[in-house]
Design a binder for this molecule. Structure first.
Ligand code: NDP
Length: 291
């Protein structure tokens, strides 16, 4: 049976470490600040933003709340980002995605100063992540969380075969680049890959980020492999009061019989994403200190 990686417990450790760093910084320099920008009133975005703001408060990071109307113009949003770029009390800027359709997401992300790009989505930060011998100022939170789950569980990736299922800009691609930087031999499987199971079966480390409920079965997995399930999919469940439950991209019951390590959903990667955002904010604040 696989060892279950407890993302909640690891994320709690990270929050404690961040809180200690925040306390030290706040007493010697200034309180780290994270601007969390939300445009419009999408329910899911509001839930994520509230979660991030609450997490900031819990570790002592000052959350700078920027709530903007759905019909804000692109020019006005750019001006808002520039204002936050110039604010010395703000060490990180997070613009909650997706943005309304009339706003060019790429343009907005590019306007965020790379020194405050705590989500790590600025093309310069992603470019540095992709290049040998270069270090990005920030690494995207969910991919960084996956790597942290592996290292804190004692799984080494150096010299191992890693397969990432998914190639999105926010998870699949950056996590592949991180694995490559950590000296794994990396393959990426996507929706046009024929026979994905034969490729996944070669992996010592599998990162599942396809958004396909329980797609990865036990017979896709090499015995003993470490499997990190990023997928968060809601499926109907009439036995629940809510009528649904969350499942990963991995068939947990089946894969747990074969894998060496496995993350649950929920309680695996999810809590790490916010933990890494807090860590990135503190790192940004530390970098800004001129002794
Ligand atoms: P996207 O939809 O942007 O990307 C999905 C990727 O998976 C694409 O590259 C797609 O391929 C690939 N894919 C889709 N179907 C298949 C298939 N049948 N076989 C192989 N590859 C496939 O999703 P995200 O990357 O944003 O998110 C992935 C999952 O992770 C989602 O469930 C999301 O909810 C979850 N998530 C969880 C987070 C957390 O904190 N726990 C944070 C972010 C995401 P192609 O490129 O060819 O279309």
């Amino acid at each position: 049976m696989a060892q279950i990686i407890d993302g909640k417990a690891i994320a709690a450790d990270i929050r404690r470490e961040v809180a200690a760093e925040v306390a030290a910084l706040s007493s010697t320099h200034n309180v780290p600040g994270l601007a969390v920008v939300i445009v419009g009133s999408r329910k899911d975005s509001q839930t994520y933003v509230n979660m991030k703001r609450k997490a900031c408060a819990e570790v002592g990071i000052r959350s700078v709340d920027v709530d903007l109307p759905e019909d804000i113009s692109e020019t006005a949003l750019v001006a808002e980002v520039h204002r936050l770029n110039a604010d010395p009390a703000v060490h990180g800027i997070l613009v909650q995605l997706p943005l309304p359709k009339h706003i060019n997401e790429e343009k907005i992300l590019t306007e965020i100063s790379i020194e405050k790009d705590v989500d790590g989505f600025h093309p310069l930060n992603i470019g540095k992540l992709a290049m040998k011998g270069r270090e990005p100022l920030f690494v995207p939170c969910t991919p960084k969380g996956c790597m942290e789950l592996l290292s804190r569980s004692g799984v080494t990736v150096k010299g191992k075969r890693a397969v990432v299922v998914g190639r999105s800009n926010i998870v699949g691609l950056p996590v592949s680049l991180l694995l490559l930087k950590a000296d794994a031999t990396v393959s990426i499987v996507h929706s046009r890959t024929p026979d994905p199971e034969s490729i996944v079966r070669e992996a010592d480390v599998v990162i599942a980020a396809a958004g396909q409920a329980m797609m990865i079965k036990g017979d896709w997995i090499k015995p003993g492999a470490a499997v990190i399930d990023v997928g968060t999919n809601s499926v109907d469940d009439p036995t629940r009061k809510s009528g649904y439950r969350l499942v990963g991209d991995v068939d947990f019951g089946d894969v747990s019989k074969v894998a060496g390590y496995l993350t649950p959903v929920p309680g695996g990667v999810g809590p790490m994403t916010v933990g890494m955002l807090l860590k990135n904010t503190v790192d940004g604040a530390k970098r800004g200190i001129v002794e």
